[in-house]
Design a binder for this molecule. Structure first.
Ligand SMILES: *Cc1c(COP(=O)(O)O)cnc(C)c1O
Length: 223
């Protein structure tokens, strides 16, 4: 942690200047690694795997805000519903409805982001732009009935590309979409979070208005 402590502080300062929040991505990292960062003041941690997250949550301080950022299967939502702070990776209406149902059971309103597919790679999950536009326009009534979810923003992942122009245009695209959807408001739909940027591209993401970045390897070392 010695060397990484310096990197962590540098990133925190950079993000403060840009008014952006840090989610420290701790997947596959130990409870002790997380505690080291927690003692430096970090409270927001992101995880990709449900079982790993549930186990860590049970053994770490209760004031940690847990972000779920990986692909989420509907049948696993129930394990996260009692405590999760923000689910970044909602990529279907089916999943959103399940989160609503489990939120109701846990007597909570669960905060979520809609994950948008912005990268060229076909392997990344997320809504495509036109399906999302339909949801926000034609299906908005049905959508607003989901009282136990609160849509707080959008999430996207840029391509793993050396071509900076490609990533720039993807981030720009997501920012434009965010600006359009921000105009739309309902009690359970109020966009204020744009989650984009990881270790390799967060500075670029900040240029395009990201206000929440998800950084793992740069802080914790390679997985
Ligand atoms: C793993 C992961 C990150 C962090 O990636 P790094 O390159 O280690 O910073 C961010 N977002 C998502 C969705 C991830 O799965």
């Amino acid at each position: 942690m010695q060397g990484n402590q310096h990197t962590y502080r540098k990133i925190v300062n950079e993000l403060q200047a840009a008014n952006a929040q840090l989610v420290a991505v701790s997947k596959l990292k130990s409870v002790n690694n997380i505690l080291d960062l927690y003692h430096l003041g970090q409270k927001d941690f992101g995880e990709n795997y449900v079982q790993e997250l549930v186990e860590k949550q049970a053994s770490l301080p209760a004031d940690i805000r847990w972000h779920f950022i990986g692909h989420l299967q509907s049948n696993k939502v129930k394990y996260l519903a009692p405590f999760v702070h923000l689910i970044h990776s909602v990529d279907s209406l089916k999943l959103l409805k399940e989160i609503n149902k489990q939120g109701e059971k846990a007597n909570r309103v669960i905060q979520v982001l809609l994950q948008v597919h912005i990268a060229r790679e076909t392997t990344k999950f997320g809504w495509d732009e036109s399906t999302l536009k339909d949801l926000i326009s034609e299906d908005f009534e049905e959508f607003t009935q989901l009282k136990n979810v609160s849509v707080k923003g959008l999430m996207g992942m840029g391509s793993f590309s050396d071509d900076e122009q490609v990533v720039r245009s993807e981030f720009e695209n997501l920012k434009n979409l965010y600006d359009v959807f921000k105009e739309k408001k309902a009690p359970n739909f109020h966009l204020e979070i744009l989650s984009m940027g990881m270790s390799g591209d967060y500075q670029l993401a900040l240029e395009y208005g990201s206000n929440m970045v998800r950084i793992g390897s740069l802080i914790f070392g390679n997985r």
